[in-house]
Design a protein around this ligand. Sequence first.
Ligand SMILES: [Zn+2]
Ligand SMILES: [Zn+2]
Length: 372
Amino acid sequence: MVMGKAAVFVEPYHFEFTELPPVPVEPGGIRVKVTSGGICGSDLHFWRGEIKPIVSGRPGPVILGHEMAGLVAALGKGISTDSLGRPLKEGDRVVFAYFFPCMRCYNCLRGELNHCPTRFRFRASIEEFPYCNGGFSEYYYLFPGHFVFRVPDDLPDEAVAAANCAASQAVYSLRQAGMQMGDSVVIQGAGGLGIHAAAAAKEMGAGRVIVIDGMANRLALAKQCGADHTISLKEYPTPESRIQRVRELTEGRGGDVVVEMVGYAQAVAEGLDMVRRGGVYVEVGNIFPKSMLNIDVSKVLWNHTRIVPATHYDPYILPVTLDFLSRTKDRYPITKVMSHSFPLERIGEAFQQAEWAGKDQETPITRAFVKP
Ligand SMILES: [Zn+2]
Ligand SMILES: [Zn+2]
């Protein structure tokens, strides 16, 4: 029997390698051979033990990783096309929504597929079906009813690796904001999300894109990927100075859209003061519980700030994102976001690299990925 390699997350800072039974394929399902699994900021939170992964079904060790792409390894009965009706066969490169809306709940009924309460059923104990299943394993299983899309031939694996999470999340966030042509867009944080958001905002017609971060190398990449202005935490060390700088760059008004992609609650207090009167604040980064904040709510009211949350994405954002990456691949060096590649056996090193990258000024990296 063919087995699937997996790096199992057993406790903070620790993976164990194992071989698991290959994922069986039901009618309507697809077994994917994972070709790249990116390390998302949320994976780092799990790794450090700051949050526990949500495990569906019986508790037990799980495989992390949701930012991935792969090849069709086996098509279930009845599946011959992708979600856009294009022919699909074994060996085709695909990206897919890694979460699975049930289509049988109040949120799904209202089209809020990324808010289905049971969408996390992919992350089950390795002792339960579908066993070898995660971004950091050899296989991933698309349950019947999945959303899957063929990858354009002209996109390299490095670009596709981040399509499913960072890139789609960035595109979705701006769409949720209702961003319009000519808008000033301020992005807090130049990690994988922020760099993709800079390019996406430019592509969507932003008049000005301003990116804020503490690391020179990330800001330089943001500039190459569509940012008109960058604000360095080194040069502007206080929230007040950064808010002032945003106002200077936006004719005194503040951003039409400000997007939080840092992941610290304090960034929200600062970011809210960067929004123009009547503008939009998009919250993306603060994914873990107890991200507490003291703010003057009356300011939100009197500034008429619209606060918009964005977690996951609508599955239709995936083909939109693939198209965006394909059209702009010669304009923005966005694949540099995925700067380091490790074999699965060196996943510990990959996580350390991703962690270190958030602190080191010299390393030209924002995200690492592993290849099973
Ligand atoms: Zn992610
Ligand atoms: Zn549902």
